[in-house]
Write a protein that binds this ligand. Structure first.
Ligand SMILES: CC(C)(COP(=O)(O)OP(=O)(O)OC[C@H]1O[C@@H](n2cnc3c(N)ncnc32)[C@H](O)[C@@H]1OP(=O)(O)O)[C@@H](O)C(=O)NCCC(=O)NCCS
Length: 185
């Protein structure tokens, strides 16, 4: 799939070094502490085997995860989203029951110099299409209450707040909002 100057595609298992590089850039973002659940130092300390396994898991069928990237003509990775499939009947990381098979978008990042280009919507379209092909009945994500740029981007991609909020233990008094994208059955 192409979107303007970018090719939107799933990663390949052998691209773990590029996965790691982009992750480290994301974790240096000024809003990283409210956008991601991991610190730069923690990510840096992880062994290469961690990134190899993560890339393999997010690249291969049949897997419950897929990482999409937007690639420029000269091979730079400009942005990424990862979609995880959550099974009906399971319990999510926050202790809430998962009622329907759904996609969960994590690791949303666009390099600053590529922001405002519509790229994030193209990444979402690819991720949502993949989840739908795997029988997801909706796609959701969580976004920090103090991250209005991400919230605006998600609304432009068709997501709306579901009303579910998650209280953050590590960030006293702060919440994350669940945003969902649903479609007719
Ligand atoms: C979140 C992110 C992927 C969005 O991609 P993007 O290219 O910046 O998104 P867009 O520019 O297409 O859309 C953002 C919208 O928010 C608007 N916006 C910018 N700052 C804003 C603010 N402080 N308050 C409200 N809206 C804001 C932009 O103007 C734009 O709307 P417009 O297209 O109508 O002008 C990117 O900003 C990013 O990587 N941020 C750092 C990591 C992050 O926050 N990830 C999300 C974790 S949940």
């Amino acid at each position: 799939m192409t979107s303007g100057d970018y090719v939107i595609r799933a990663i390949r298992a052998d691209e773990w070094e590029a996965v790691k590089r982009l992750r480290l850039v994301a974790l240096r973002d000024p809003v990283a502490d409210i956008a991601f659940l991991e610190t730069y130092d923690d990510a840096l300390k992880r062994p290469d085997s961690f990134y190899r396994e993560r890339a393999a898991r997010s690249a291969e069928e049949p897997s419950g995860a897929r990482q999409f990237i937007a690639e420029t003509a000269d091979g730079e990775w400009a942005g990424t989203v990862t979609v995880l499939i959550e099974e009906a009947g399971s319990t999510d990381w926050a202790g809430f029951p998962v009622e329907r098979r759904q996609g969960h978008v994590v690791g949303v990042f666009v390099r600053p110099e590529h922001r405002g280009s519509g790229l994030v919507k193209a990444l979402f379209d690819a991720g949502v299409a993949w989840a739908r092909e795997r029988g997801a009945q909706r796609v959701r994500l969580l976004v920090h209450e103090d991250n209005p740029r991400a919230q605006a981007a998600y609304r432009k991609a068709g997501f709306v707040p579901s009303g579910v909020t998650v209280q953050l233990e590590a960030d006293a008094g702060k919440r994350e909002f669940e945003f969902v994208l649903e479609w007719p059955a």
